[in-house]
Design a protein around this ligand. Structure first.
Ligand SMILES: Nc1nc2c(ncn2[C@@H]2O[C@H](COP(=O)(O)OP(=O)(O)O)[C@@H](O)[C@H]2O)c(=O)[nH]1
Ligand SMILES: [Mg+2]
Length: 405
């Protein structure tokens, strides 16, 4: 598990100290500043779609309680609703004149002015320290919706696009979202219960198959009202309804994506700190890093030794790539280094003829990684290089986890 509040973590302070030094390569400084910002706030899950597409109900489902609206109540008109952590349940209402006011309780309980432009719900739910939700309604002209979506996508870490049928107009809007964001996005086909009653769900899914598979991490038919009932109606969760409503799978996959995003930020921050930390911070870093580890076992198994060798390789290459970013960042060179590294890793693991499950898992990871890197090389460019480095860091994390088990 990652730290629920990375902004309070030693890593955040160490990265801040690292970035306050003179003479840091400009690329690394910019990269580090972006990481600091991301570590400083919860992962942003944006829930986007047309009014009445079921966005608020999806957020209620993820929260496991009806916070934004009650079932069957008229949709809240505000274009932006934020749901984040706070020590007690209270809402902030912003009206068109820019004034804001605070009220205790939840949106579902409050009488809201019809002209609110932004609503913020704070809840004492500690899960919201790790990720928060933003509901964005696309209720303007095609051009306004395009602009709203682009702006929202820039700030989003994960996107849930809510729609009953994902119409061609919505498909055209979505097509303009940057690919890097599409890789972290889910298509939620809301009101699936109605589609099932009409007998239209199968043909809807078949019709979307090609386009949606390319444009999203996955397509998730969801009967959100049933999914909320599954969690709230009885003393315990109705596992069967939670599963059949589509709620279980969507909630699980979204949370996994949130975790992956956070883990990747933490990995990258660790890498920057290791490479550039000032002397004092470097010593602190080593202390905090080594403190919680158990005393080393008297003898390492051959499998551990092999996995340590692969970790050293990944670490050395990560440093090499950071050094390469000192000049003009060269995405192609970084992609090539990542590819070499993964191939070398496969070769080392294969040559060892070690059949331990951890080694096999590392080999599977390296071979899958090679396939993904081929795709990154086709895409090229800065985003692809960042994806490639992230992939190496993920491999490193998986191998390290296996050693510590
Ligand atoms: N039958 C059914 N109704 C739903 C479902 N999800 C939402 N609704 C209803 O659709 C209406 C609009 O939902 P809401 O979440 O407010 O939409 P939003 O405007 O996109 O936030 C509400 O009356 C919800 O109760 C669903 O999965 N099945
Ligand atoms: Mg709503």
């Amino acid at each position: 598990m990652t730290d629920p509040d990375p902004a309070q973590s030693p890593l955040f302070d160490q990265l801040q100290q690292t970035l306050s030094q003179q003479g840091l390569p400009p690329n690394c400084f910019d990269w580090g500043q972006q990481l600091l910002q991301r570590l400083d706030r919860p992962v942003q899950v944006m829930v986007i779609g047309q009014p009445g597409s079921g966005k608020s109900t999806v957020i209620n489902m993820m929260l496991g309680q009806s916070v934004i609206c009650r079932h069957g109540a008229a949709a809240i008109p505000a274009p932006i609703i934020e749901i984040c952590y706070g020590p007690e349940a209270r809402i902030e209402i912003e009206t068109p004149d820019g004034r804001t006011s605070w009220h205790p309780g939840t949106l579902a309980q409050a009488a809201l002015p019809p002209d609110a432009v932004r609503l913020r719900q704070e809840l004492p739910d500690t899960r919201l320290q790790g990720h928060s939700f933003v509901e964005i309604s696309l209720s303007g002209s095609a051009e306004q919706n395009h602009n709203t979506l682009q702006r929202a996508a820039r700030h989003a870490d994960v996107i849930l696009w809510c729609s009953e049928a994902f119409t061609p107009a919505e498909q055209a809007l979505w097509a303009a979202v940057p690919d890097a964001k599409k890789d972290h996005s889910f298509l939620v086909l809301t009101m699936a219960d109605r589609q099932i009653m009409r007998g239209t769900l199968t043909s809807l899914l078949a019709g979307l198959d090609g386009f949606a598979a390319e444009q999203f991490l996955g397509v998730y038919p969801l009967a959100a009202v049933q999914a909320i009932t599954a969690q709230t109606a009885g003393q315990s969760v109705n596992a069967q309804l939670w599963q059949s409503s589509g709620g279980r799978q969507l909630a699980r996959d979204v949370l996994k994506q949130v975790e992956l995003g956070r883990a990747s930020d933490v990995d990258q921050a660790e890498m920057l700190v290791r490479q550039f930390a000032p002397k004092v911070a470097d010593q602190q870093w080593r202390r905090t890093e080594t403190a919680p580890k158990p005393a080393p076992l008297p003898q390492n198994t051959p499998t551990d030794d092999l996995l340590h060798t692969t970790l050293d390789l990944l670490q050395a290459r990560a440093h090499q790539m950071l050094a390469e970013t000192e000049g003009a960042a060269n995405a192609d060179a970084i992609l090539a280094t990542c590819m070499d590294t993964v191939r070398e890793l496969s070769k080392t693991l294969l040559a060892s003829q070690n059949t331990a499950p951890q080694v096999q898992a590392a080999l599977d990871g390296a071979q899958d990684g090679e396939e993904l890197l081929i795709l990154c090389q086709l895409e090229r460019g800065e985003d692809a290089a960042v994806d490639a480095v992230t992939l190496l860091l993920q491999l490193k994390r998986e191998i390290a986890d296996d050693i510590s088990q």
